[in-house]
Design a protein around this ligand. Sequence first.
Ligand SMILES: [Zn+2]
Length: 439
Amino acid sequence: MNDNYEESQKVDENIQKAIDQGACVFYPFALITNRTEHFSTILADFESIVDQVWNSVDFDIDGVIFEITNDDIKAHMGATRHHHRWQIAFKVNEESAEVEVINIIAQTSRTGRISPVAELVPTKLSGATISRVTVHHYNMVKTNGVGPGAIVQLVRSGLVIPKIEKVIKKVAPQLPDSCPSCHSHLLWESDHLICPNKSDCPAQTENTLVHFFKTLGNNDGFGPKVIEKLSNFGIKHIHEIYQIKSHQFSGYGFGDKTSKNLFDQLLASREIEIEDWRFLAAFGVTRLAGGNCEKLLQHHTIIELFELSVEQMVTIDGFAQLSAEAIVEGLANVKEQLFKVYQLGFNLAVTPKLSDQSGSESPLAGKIVVFTGSMTQGSRGEMEKNAKLLGAKVGKSVSGKTDLLITGEKVGENKITAARAKGVKVISESEYLALIKQD
Ligand SMILES: [Zn+2]
């Protein structure tokens, strides 16, 4: 269950509820109409192919996905943590609208950047009424003249998120001097206006807390409204929230039932197992989102990370000088807070270490293995996790680079033949278990 990839493939329970109650429909990707053509045909006949796909279904489509079918090319292209590189989405924005800007609202983010949000004359676009749109940064506001009275051309990116395509009529922009939250004097940092008040800006504090609970993702009680209430009572740090007792919540203006619920959620969020990389990512260090956290934790424990120098960090695959410098500095900034929270006792699932495994001890060290079919000795997720602990890289599909295909029950003969044709060694679950038992 700790395999992120599998986790991300599961339908969120709220979405499941919406599907069950008929509020939305779910079409598995595999069932959507597709066409396999040589790329030259796709290029030559793109419009009519898309039209055919479009007309063959009775729901809206926001684009098409191109997928490579050649196994060797697929294997060569590989995957990032989020997606296969051999699959790419192509989206078009045809519908657009010219909309008048009423006002620009400045919002202070977690990192102190001031985000300009344009309030618009409400306008219907691709089936929804749009009344606000984010402008990327204040340099865009300044150079493109986005302000009250400006006319912008609006599209919905992927037919969903509204986006300013271009500015049709410019006006003299109004740039804020001070932070809308703490009134500190704003500074320019490349394209952004920033609030330099790191320690005492309510918006930065609140957004940092909201980011923590959202990234942890195992309790939904601590959203912006609850955080704002607590922040108004001077609660600024994550560990302070965890120290609030059930009865104290009522002193912060919550009812009895909510107080108990919030308290229970805090308890649960420490008891439910979460990946250590998710915990680290929750502290919102620049350039340390989930993927980078996981990469670092494959080499060091959370505690060790705080001792790493920039020189040591750049030796880890995927960390260049500038990132390493930013991360080392960012970690130093959150160190005190993180240690206080860490000591509250979270149930962290430790990321398997790559260095321990590459030893010659394990018969799986450095091997690329793929599990297929249903396993009888345990869940496939557990077996994959275990294989990683033994130093294997676990693939999701067989390619020319795969070393071992471990087959459970109900695996089609074709799959096995195809794997053997690629030079992959195919073994049964029991053969596999025998293999990893010999020390
Ligand atoms: Zn501020």
